[in-house]
Each structure stands twice: as C-alpha cells, then as structure tokens.
Design a protein around this ligand. Structure first.
Ligand code: AMP
Ligand code: TRP
Length: 332
C-alpha cells in the first residue's frame, strides 16, 4: 500500500517570520494531504540565502519553521521533514539543471522581474537561479503534487518545463509535477493594502499577521484592516479588503465564501472583523503553545531533522545518480 501512494513535495523558506498567508496558503493544506500522500516537506534554507540573512536569525527561523510544521499537525512519523541544506543533492542537481535552462525563461519569472526592479544591476544571481533550485527540490523526489500558494504557480510551471526538457534530452527520468493550489487561501492579501500579497518581507507590520503574533496584536491588526465605504459584507473584487477577510474565515472554518456572506446579512464590518480575529486566535493559539514547547526541546527537533535528512538523502541521491549517469558523468 505504502508504495502506491503518490508523492508530495513542498517547502517554505526561512527568510522572515511566517505569516497567516504561509499558514493558510501552504501548511494548513499539507496537514489535510498527509494521510493520502507520501510527503516531503523541507525548510528551504538555501532559498532563504538568495537575499542577505543574519546567520543567527536564519538558524532560529529554520528551527522555528520545523516546529511550526509539527505544531500545525504535520506528523513527523508519517512525513519526511528535513532541512534543504542537509541534502547536498539539491545543490548538485541544481547545477546539472542550470546547464539545460535558459536565461530567457528565468528572466521571465515575475518574482525575478519584481525584484530586479527593486535592486537593479546589483540583484543577486541567486535570485535569478532560484527557480532552478526549486525545480531540483521537486524533481529529485519525483513529486506528483506540489501544494503551494498561487504566487508559486509560475515557478512550478517552469519546474515542469525543466523536467520535461531533461526527460526529452536524455530519457524519462522525472515525474512531471502538478501544482495544488487552495481555493480560498490561494493568496491571502495584505491587511493594509489588499491589492498586495500578505508577505513577511513587507515593511508595515499592520499588513500581516504572524503565526507567532500575540492574541492582542491579532485583534488590533484585524480591527485596523483596510476595507471600503460600501458597508455591506459582499464577496466581490470591488471590495478587496472585505473579500480577503472572508477568504481568511472561509479557509479557517471550511465554510464557502457564499455561506459566510449569508451569515452577515444585515451586519457590518465590525462584526465580521471580530469573528475573523477570534477564528484566527482559536486556530493559532494552540499551535503557538506547541511551537514554544518544541523550541525548548532542541534534541527532539534534531532527532526529527536528522531522520528526515537520512530518508531524503537516500531518495534524492538515487535520482541524482540517474541524472549524472545520463548526462555522461563517470560514476564515483
Ligand atoms: P515563502 O514564504 O515565499 O517561502 O512561501 C511559502 C509558501 O507559502 C508558498 O507555498 C507560498 O505560495 C505560500 N504563501 C506565502 N504567502 C502567501 C499568501 N499571502 N497567501 C497564500 N499563500 C502564501
Ligand atoms: N520558493 C518557494 C516559496 O518561496 C519555497 C520553496 C522552495 C518550495 N522549494 C520548494 C515550494 C519546492 C514548493 C516546492 O514559496
């Protein structure tokens, strides 16, 4: 039975403290999928260093993310949880795939284009190559499905192209993965500017909710959410702030946006905001307690990421050896 399960791969990079967007867009889905699939979830530390990281913060966040995975309900016994840099095959495969990737396709990635606007000529080469490393992550495990938020869809399409190209150039080697994108939580928006994605790299902390935000902070940030002057709870693109709040509630409670709108007939934004805040608090509080417990038990965490790396190294190295052989590198 075990062998017939399809494979899932996903990861989050420890480049900032995780937000509600990461939780609802990615982690909460992983929890739902873990029983049906053979899952690999990594902390993508090599992706985080595409921008400058303080070494101390990087170490702290890497372990924090691992604790968040476990505390959110991802069972370390059933799934393979590991730290990306502990599996050198990711970096090696990334070079091999770099050699069959095109500048053109990498330059077309919107994430890269946005960042190059910001940094100009001094944009790091790592940000350009970023999607190749992500392709390696996914292809090495022959993942069938990659659960991510919608911002990663383009990178996933590139991973498919890179995988298909290798299969055609040599011979079938990789499974070509599909994206798995949640419906209401595909893109949780910034609370202060609902036209932008909620992001941990945003300057204004009122725009995002962190998984570790204290209860009072969550209440305050939600009550300050930018809405509109229409005053009626609708699920509409003309009311992006309200739509975002409905999406958050929908994703936490598992109720469709349409049914949520019905529940607020005759009620205003303040009732909606209050309920959204309480739903987030009810969801995150027990997770926060567990995270703090785990973070004080470093040996338990170490045990998990070491075991995870062992399994991941075994699987990834098998694929890497195949790649090397097909390319014409002499076996060691
Ligand atoms: P990152 O923080 O960029 O490593 O993203 C990790 C995962 O969280 C990816 O699957 C993203 O698509 C997802 N994600 C990040 N921000 C959001 C958001 N605001 N809404 C939905 N998903 C998100
Ligand atoms: N690049 C992803 C992000 O920023 C994180 C990530 C790294 C990832 N490797 C992955 C996601 C492999 C899915 C599969 O969101």
């Amino acid at each position: 039975m075990e062998d017939t399960k399809k494979i899932i791969f996903s990861g989050i990079k420890p480049s900032g403290d995780l937000t509600l967007g990461n939780y609802l867009g990615a982690i909460k889905n992983w929890v739902k999928l873990q029983d049906q699939y053979d899952c690999y979830f990594c902390v993508a530390d090599l992706h985080a260093i595409t921008v400058r990281q303080d070494p101390k913060d990087l170490r702290r966040r890497t372990l924090e993310i691992l604790s968040i995975y476990i505390s959110s309900g991802i069972d370390p016994e059933k799934n393979t949880l590991f730290i990306q840099s502990h599996v050198p095959a990711h970096s090696e495969a990334s070079w091999l795939l770099t050699c069959s990737s095109y500048m053109g396709e990498l330059g077309r990635m919107t994430q890269f284009k946005d960042k190059s606007q910001k940094y100009g000529e001094s944009i790091g080469a790592g940000l350009f190559n970023y999607p190749i490393l992500m392709s390696s992550d996914i292809l090495l495990y022959n993942a069938d499905l990659v659960p991510v938020g919608i911002d990663q869809k383009q990178h996933l399409e590139l991973a498919r192209d890179i995988g298909e190209r290798f299969n055609n150039l040599y011979s079938p080697t990789f499974t070509i993965p599909d994206a798995y994108i949640p419906t209401s939580a595909a893109k949780i928006m910034d609370l202060q500017d609902p036209t932008k994605k909620m992001s941990k790299s945003e300057d204004n902390p009122n725009g995002y909710i962190l998984i570790m935000d204290p209860v009072e902070v969550i209440r305050k940030k939600i009550s300050r959410t930018v809405t509109d002057s229409i005053g009626i709870v609708n699920y509409s693109d003309d009311q992006p702030g309200v739509k975002n709040l409905i999406n958050i509630l929908s994703s936490i409670k598992g109720i469709s946006p349409k049914d949520i709108v019905k529940n607020y007939e005759g009620l205003g934004y303040s009732e909606l905001k209050k309920d959204v805040a309480e739903a987030i608090i009810t969801e995150l509080s027990p997770i926060q307690t567990k995270i703090n417990e785990l973070l004080s038990n470093k040996t338990y965490l170490e045990d998990i990421y070491k075991k995870g790396a062992e399994k991941a190294n075994y699987v990834a190295n098998k694929t890497l050896r195949k790649m090397q052989k097909k390319i014409g590198l002499i076996p060691r």
